[in-house]
Design a protein around this ligand. Structure first.
Ligand SMILES: [Zn+2]
Length: 424
């Protein structure tokens, strides 16, 4: 059992009641006799479920559709048209279920998802039993579910109204697409609406140099300064990417308590740049880790993402001591939990935390010998090593099979839809 930094027991056990952990520690101290249900983790490593702080889950439908393009071309020439044609609430529900299956099977127990038609996604997460911060996307273009941009905040309000307090697993939130695609009025409107409902809001920030240059040319200031000038920065929960933030912006985000969500695989694949995690952490910023959408990653495997974060940080810093394995893993645990406003709930196994955990099968040649847990997870393990997953005290994956919904049926439906998409 690895319950968090410095908390390791070679023979450990976890107990939970009503979705919350009541015990995490040495097996011999665990009073398991009274348990209604027992999950045998023998030969495995029990660890906190991973938290994917940023993705666009339903975009799994578009993975592999168009790769190896720069962000602006990929987005404008491929993704926006594909989304306009294929995305609706039914598609989002179906494809989010596929994404939830992929995430659960690779040990993710909590996700921050931002997309359109989020009622479909929220229904999918509730059914899959995956904890989610489901953020309704807001953009000043006609978008799926919000064809009239003048009504994008009305659509967002309807979503918050529908999902506020509806499911213990689902927290609604808002996501302003970017500073380039959301004007000042929209950004203010998103922040105000989030404040009215007491939910968090997010945005992509400083993902590419072109975006940063465009914001500066249009508003005469950096992105973070622009948000500060609009009076909305302090209420922003976390900025996604942050690759091209300058020193002043980093200081500003730190001062305002705004987190950064790092998506190293997507950033590398789109050649957007390399986020400097070490600089952010040194400034006192809470840093979470996310896969971003599967169309730019192209998978939702957080174990792979942890390794990618560690390797990229070393390559960028020219220093193998940059972002050690434990620190990289912690981005996907405590860091992501904080970025999603779930500190004290997710990211650790201890009394009072949610019973969200993964069991990695360590009886595999690439995980032997298991000298150091964090190093094994960051540098050797892969999502497919996950054997069992528990979310909110419920066994949702057992012996590598999703228990909460019919994943093979969902895959069959997605295959049918993907054929239509491929035909154009
Ligand atoms: Zn994104």
């Amino acid at each position: 059992l690895w319950a968090g930094p410095g908390k390791y027991w070679p023979r450990g056990a976890v107990m939970a009641r009503a979705g919350k952990i009541t015990f995490a520690g040495a097996e011999e101290q665990c009073q398991a006799g009274s348990a209604a249900e027992v999950l045998d983790a023998g030969g495995g490593l029990i660890m906190p479920g991973l938290v994917n702080a940023h993705c666009h889950a339903a975009m799994v439908l578009f993975r592999g559709l168009s790769d190896d393009l720069v962000l602006a071309d990929w987005l404008n020439q491929v993704m926006f048209p594909a989304e306009a044609r294929w995305v609706n609430e039914e598609m989002v529900e179906l494809c989010t279920l596929l994404a939830a299956g992929e995430m659960l099977l690779s040990g993710t127990t909590c996700v921050g998802d931002a997309y359109f038609c989020m009622s479909g996604a929220a229904r999918a997460y509730a059914r899959a039993g995956l904890r989610a911060v489901a953020a309704q996307g807001v953009i000043d273009f006609p978008a799926p579910g919000a064809p009239d941009p003048a009504r994008n905040l009305v659509v967002a309000r309807d979503f918050l109204e529908a999902w506020q307090g509806r499911s213990p697993l689902i927290r609604p939130a808002l996501f302003a697409h970017t500073l380039g695609t959301c004007g000042p009025e929209t950004l203010r409107g998103v922040a105000e609406l989030a404040g009215e409902y007491g939910v968090d809001w997010y945005t992509h920030l400083a993902e590419t140099r072109q975006e940063v240059d465009a914001v500066r040319a249009h508003y005469g200031r950096s992105g973070a300064r622009h948000l500060e000038g609009l009076g909305v920065l302090a209420s922003l929960k976390a900025a996604v990417h942050g690759i091209w933030l300058d020193d002043d912006e980093i200081k500003l985000l730190a001062g305002r308590g705004v987190g950064i969500i790092h998506c190293p695989e997507s950033n590398q694949k789109l050649a957007s740049g390399a986020g400097e995690v070490g600089r952010w952490l040194a400034a006192g910023i809470k840093v979470g880790l996310g896969t971003d959408g599967a169309a730019s990653n192209n998978d939702l495997d957080m174990i792979g993402e942890v390794g990618a974060a560690a390797r990229l940080a070393k390559a960028v810093a020219g220093d193998p001591a940059a972002l050690p394995a434990g620190a990289a893993l912690d981005l996907a645990l405590d860091g992501s939990a904080a970025a999603l406003g779930l500190d004290g709930v997710a990211g650790r196994l201890g009394p009072g935390f949610a019973a969200d955990l993964a069991v990695l099968d360590t009886q595999a040649p690439h995980l032997m010998p298991l000298n150091e847990v964090c190093s094994a997870v960051a540098y050797q393990a892969r999502g497919a090593d996950v054997r069992h997953v528990v979310v909110d005290g419920r066994i949702v994956v057992k012996d590598r099979k999703v228990q909460s919904f019919d994943l093979p049926l969902v895959m069959q439906e997605v295959r049918k839809l993907a054929k239509k998409v491929a035909r154009g």
